[in-house]
Design a protein around this ligand. Structure first.
Ligand SMILES: Cc1cc2nc3c(=O)[nH]c(=O)nc-3n(C[C@H](O)[C@H](O)[C@H](O)COP(=O)(O)O)c2cc1C
Length: 165
């Protein structure tokens, strides 16, 4: 059998969908100019440095979160648990332009150490970040944040993209 025959040319969307699993999702938590907290579901995030520890998030230019991050240069990257499926769906389909997602989801939280952004109690992990760099990437901006404080709940299971289906 010639294995090479199985490798077929395709379009980008099909190839990227097929290869992305198992993918994690996260919540980017930030604040608007009036001080209202906003949460956004996010699939495009990654670690980008060991020392100092840094995390990058890619945020669409049309998102309310984008507007928030242009002013408020901090975000919490929250790794949600399986118990948070409904809240993650809501934060990925509704905009902070229209609703107060922290209020609507009724997620349990306490104030973080860096700039008092919420640390979600039911999550697996929370990383408090300060933005140090941003790069335009097509219709998104990559915000790179230095991790200042980390929080972990080892008793929770990580939610994956497939849990949202
Ligand atoms: C599973 C999932 C993953 C998503 N990943 C991203 C992402 O990586 N970047 C992004 O800009 N939007 C992403 N979105 C879309 C935003 O979460 C969505 O547009 C949200 O309503 C924006 O909220 P905001 O306007 O309050 O910022 C994702 C949505 C879902 C459901």
């Amino acid at each position: 059998m010639n294995l090479k025959e199985n490798m077929k040319s395709t379009n980008f969307k099909k190839a990227i969908r097929f290869t992305k699993h198992p993918a994690k999702v996260a919540l980017a938590i930030t604040k608007d100019i009036k001080g209202k907290v906003n949460l956004m579901t996010l699939e495009w995030f990654m670690r980008t440095s060991i020392k100092p520890p840094m995390l990058a998030i890619s945020v669409g230019h049309t998102r309310y979160t984008h507007e928030c991050l242009q002013n408020f240069r901090y975000f919490n990257l929250c790794i949600p648990s399986k118990e948070m499926v409904e809240e993650v769906k809501l934060c990925g389909t509704q905009s902070g332009k229209d609703i107060d997602k922290l209020e609507v989801t009724k997620l349990d939280w306490f104030k973080g150490r860096l700039c008092q952004l919420p640390i979600l109690k039911g999550a697996v992990a929370n990383f408090e970040c300060e933005i140090t760099t941003q790069i335009r990437s097509g219709d998104h901006t990559i915000f790179v944040g230095e991790v200042k404080h980390s929080w972990l709940n080892e008793n929770r299971k990580i939610l994956t993209y497939k849990d949202l289906k």
